[in-house]
Structure formats: C-alpha cells, structure tokens
Design a protein around this ligand. Structure first.
Ligand SMILES: [Ca+2]
Ligand SMILES: [Ca+2]
Ligand SMILES: [Ca+2]
Length: 316
C-alpha cells in the first residue's frame, strides 16, 4: 500500500512543479507545492482510514454528439459560370457516422466497438447552418465508471478509455458506408484488446496519457496507423469529407484534474490515410476526461466540400 501511495504522491508533486511558467520565487508555486503536500497527506490519511476497500465508482452515462452544422462549401454542387447545373440542386444532405469504442485498461478482452449513423439532414445550401436534434447529432452513449485517485488503490477498479472515430458524410445513395464502418469496428476491437485491455495502468497522469496516445495514434500498429485499407464501395459510397477522433479518459475528481493538466498541451494529430478516401483522414478531434462537459468545433474538408460541426461531450 505504501509503495503505491508514494508513487501517486510523487506524481502530485510533479504536477505542482509543472503547473505553468512560474518562477522559482513565485508564491503561486509555493502554494501549489503546499497544496500538493496537503493533498498527499490527506490521501495517505484517507487510505489508511479506508484501506480495506475503497468503493467502486458509480457508472455515469456519458455522450459524444454533434449539436450544429454549417455547410461552408457544398459537396454536391456542380456549377457552370457560377450557375448551379447539378440535379436536383447544389445543396448537400449531410450526415455523421461514428465508429464508437470503449475499452478498459487491464481487463482482458474488454474492448467493445459499434457504429452509430446519424439521421441524414434535409438538403442544406452553401452558407447555411442547422441546429441538430435527436439522431441528427449521431449521439453515442457510453456507460463509464470515472476513476479517482483513491479508487486506484482497489485493483478491481480500472480505467476505461472510450470515444469515436467520426466521419462527416454526404448522402447520395442509400447508407452505403455502414457496412464498411462495421468491418472497421471489428478491426478496432482486436487492436484495442491488444494495445489497451492487455496493458496495466501506469502510476501517474503522464503515463496514462502516453499509453492512450501511443495505442491510438503514435506507435507502429496503433489504431489509426493500421487502417490504410480501403472500404470497397464499387463507386457507390456516399462522399466522406473527413474524419475526427474524440477520446474520453474515464477519470474524474483529482485524477481527472491531473490528467486535464497533462492534456492541456495535447491535440489529436492529423493522420493522412494514404490513397483512400474511405475511411477518411483524421483532420482533428479532441481528448477529454470526465471532470465536466466539453465542446469542440471541427471543420471537415474534402471531396470538394467543407462542413463544420459543433460537438458536445458530457454527462447524458
Ligand atoms: Ca455527394
Ligand atoms: Ca447529396
Ligand atoms: Ca464544392
């Protein structure tokens, strides 16, 4: 017990030292270190008092969904000398398709993946925006137990990573992308089982963030580096403008705040998936914890169109 406590305690101190561009004599730094020490002492005290079995955290329903769209540049338009010559018009029929994933670190074969397709919007002209309601936002709902510092002391409590690979699509035929997305979800499940479910939880916030980033984006064999294979469409797939990745780290309380500090300088990398248009390039996204809700804006640009979406994540 002591060994683990000190491991997290060192982490607290490091967060205190690293909390911004403060000089050696800065009183904020002194205060932050003092708070870290107070936190460490409180942690040891609480763990000693409740060492036997910290209760399992309660699961929260958490969602990732879109709330608004702007068609900046219509994908379907065909113009001659500025006049629309497309049939029936030069408007778009946008929709979102989200490949959802959820995996628990240190729990073998815990990965789950599934596909959520949003409702197709009515024809929307260039320059127009729409507020998205219900299934138009392609809401993905997760049930996750947010882990806090004290929960770590009970090894049956584990950290869950969850999120979406979100595609901004434009409908021309009949839902032709879902089959390919389901196939990709199957591949995701195997990779997440191998790269996260089979791993053990690092003992500090930096380590947790690095493990997640390596598994999803950075390492050879990581989730978004293996999806170079095209989804066969025989020319019938709907157009896809681009992709984004939203990643939730299932931490709340003090642990969530420590991870938020690490995430302050972290963005989802742009990942070009060579040659193919589906699955789409990763053009952005966001990484978040469960300390509170968060909003993101994402522009998807490709296939001669640009759509900008607002996304929202938080307790459902
Ligand atoms: Ca189209
Ligand atoms: Ca269309
Ligand atoms: Ca266009």
């Amino acid at each position: 017990m002591n060994k683990v406590t000190l491991g997290w305690g060192r982490h607290f101190n490091r967060i205190g030292h690293g909390s911004g561009a403060l000089s050696e004599g800065d009183t904020m730094k002194g205060r932050s270190v003092r708070l870290a020490i107070v936190g460490l002492v409180a942690t040891i005290g609480l763990v000693a008092a409740a060492c036997a079995a910290p209760a399992a955290p309660t699961a929260k329903n958490w969602s990732v969904k879109a709330t608004n769209i702007t068609v900046n540049d219509a994908q379907d338009e065909i113009r001659t000398f500025g006049l629309c010559v497309a049939i029936p018009n030069c408007d778009d029929e946008p929709y979102l398709l989200q490949v959802a994933f959820q995996v628990t670190i240190g729990q073998a074969n815990s990965a789950q993946t599934w596909v959520v397709k949003g409702d197709t919007l009515p024809s929307t002209g260039e320059g127009s925006s729409r507020a998205l309601t219900g299934n138009q936002g392609a809401p993905v709902n997760f049930s996750v137990k947010p882990l806090d510092i004290l929960d770590v002391f009970n090894t049956s409590n584990k950290l869950t990573v969850f999120g979406t690979y979100t595609w901004a699509a434009e409908e021309d035929t009949i839902n032709s992308l879902t089959t390919g997305a389901n196939g990709l979800a199957g591949t995701f499940k195997d990779i997440l089982n191998s790269l996260l479910a089979a791993k053990s939880l690092p003992s500090d916030a930096n380590g947790i963030v690095n493990l997640v980033l390596d598994a999803l984006f950075n390492n050879i064999g990581s989730l978004f580096k293996v999806i170079a294979s095209n989804i066969p469409c025989l020319g019938l797939c709907d157009d896809v403008l681009g992709g984004a990745v939203y990643v939730g780290i299932g931490a709340g309380g003090t642990l969530g705040s420590a991870i938020n500090s690490v995430l302050a300088g972290v963005t989802v990398p742009q990942i070009a998936i060579p040659v193919v248009s589906v699955p789409p390039d990763v053009q952005g996204g966001g990484i978040f914890t469960m300390t509170g809700g968060k909003n993101f804006s994402q522009t998807f640009s490709g296939a001669d169109g640009t759509h900008t979406y607002s996304f929202s994540t938080g307790q459902a």
